[in-house]
Design a binder for this molecule. Structure first.
Ligand SMILES: C[S@@+](CC[C@H](N)C(=O)[O-])C[C@H]1O[C@@H](n2cnc3c(N)ncnc32)[C@H](O)[C@@H]1O
Length: 390
């Protein structure tokens, strides 16, 4: 993650523009005064820089929840803030001269809104969840130019590695998304996907709610697969295999194929490691034989009433509200010049979304972007509206 370690933080006047980077406002954590967020806009991308004051120095880096598609824009924002605030930088991993990787990002790396607004439908689609080093994804894309591959990852260095390879190999049938794959599935149209690959997912033995495979994930994948389409899980973890098998077989009707130590066309870094250790590798392949209903999601993310009591909102810090099918958890509260900002997680238990909301005397809105338009988020939004005005 790009970051600067600085001696001491100097606050600039907001708003202000430096080197075409817009610094909009600063938000201060009400419970931890060593944490602040700076709202920036670069090339129409809105995101936060996160500032953490440590004992003898301060860390300035990109905020994970709002990080933009272009890492180049993060570099620009960090360098511009350091210059305009005259910061003394102790150390940094931000290059002063930028590589050309961002040029590629503009084409292959997409934001979630790209898929939400108009899902690409001109080719058959195959999706890889958590592609890691990308060996399998790149191999598939290079060998099947007639198919559009969508790779979803949350690990930024893996994403950049695959983007570079995609440029070198001149692949124009590969799109990459930095997003939680569990949420992404909810906005894919029904019956259009040929395959979903989940190879060597993190087993999360101690935090099962973070697993990719779950009942709701399988339900969503069944909906998006065309007839004959497959969900292909490959794992070295006996425990994860057993858990997944049980989750798959609990469906009333399902067609499964189980393989042990099957060779596939390309072996990933993880796979090579497990093979050296002579571990068993399990495949569970679900073959879809159901035609699903069209995806229809009605509703919006407007708040019914724009005024709310700030003291009541501050008291929500650390509170959790559960409702049928989901929850809202108020993670952090911040003060801004005009009012408050809250950070919360909400949605379904196994596919939560993390978001910010800005509140001032005249307005309440999600910032910098709306939640993903999914059924579980729309339901959570309705509940949130009640909590804020209850
Ligand atoms: C153990 S690695 C396996 C990587 C690759 N499939 C392979 O076989 O080498 C699991 C990958 O899944 C990614 N991942 C975990 N949860 C994810 C999620 N919810 N959405 C997208 N990617 C995820 C991780 O960042 C990690 O790179």
């Amino acid at each position: 993650m790009p970051h600067l370690h600085i001696e001491e933080f100097n606050q600039i006047d907001f708003p202000q523009v430096y080197d075409e980077v817009h610094f909009n406002f600063i938000a201060k954590n009400t419970n931890h005064n060593d944490e602040k967020l700076i709202s920036v806009t670069v090339d129409e991308e809105d995101f936060f820089l996160l500032l953490i004051e440590e004992e003898n120095r301060t860390l300035l880096k990109t905020d994970k929840l709002t990080r933009p598609a272009s890492i180049y824009n993060v570099h620009r924002a960090l360098l511009a803030y350091a210059k305009t605030a005259d910061l003394h930088v102790i150390n940094s991993n931000v290059p002063q001269t930028q590589k050309n990787i961002h040029l590629q990002e503009v084409t292959a790396l997409k934001k979630i809104e790209y898929f939400a607004n108009e899902f690409p439908l001109d080719k058959e689609v195959k999706i890889e969840v958590g592609f890691g080093s990308g060996r399998h994804l790149l191999h598939q894309a290079a060998n099947n130019p007639e198919i559009l591959f969508i790779g979803i990852e949350i690990h930024r260095p893996s994403i950049e590695q695959v983007l570079k390879q995609s440029v070198i190999q001149k692949l124009d049938n590969l799109l990459v998304l930095d997003y939680d794959a569990r949420l992404f599935m909810e906005l894919v149209p029904s019956n259009i996907v040929g395959a979903v690959y989940v190879h060597f997912p993190v087993p999360w033995d101690k935090k099962p709610h973070r697993r990719v495979i779950s009942t709701s994930f399988i339900e969503e994948v069944r909906r998006i697969l065309k007839i004959g389409g497959t969900l292909e899980l490959r794992t070295d973890s006996e425990n994860y295999y057993a858990y997944s098998y049980e989750t798959f077989i609990a469906f009333n009707k399902t067609t499964l194929q189980i393989n042990k130590n099957k060779d596939i066309a390309v072996s990933s870094k993880y796979e090579d490691r497990w093979k050296k250790m002579e571990k068993n590798i399990y495949d569970v392949t679900m073959i879809n034989d159901v035609f699903s209903e069209e995806l229809s999601i009605a509703g919006d993310f407007a708040f019914s009433n724009v005024s709310c009591n700030f003291e009541n909102v501050l008291a929500l810090h650390n509170k959790t509200f559960r409702f049928d099918g989901g929850f809202i958890h108020f993670e952090r509260t911040y003060t801004t010049k005009d009012g408050l900002m809250i950070r919360l997680s909400m949605g379904s238990f196994d596919r939560p979304e993390h978001l910010y909301i800005l509140l001032n005397k005249e307005n309440i809105s999600y910032y910098p972007q709306l939640p993903l338009k999914s059924r579980s988020n729309l339901q959570a939004h309705k509940e949130l509206d009640k909590v804020l005005h209850g």
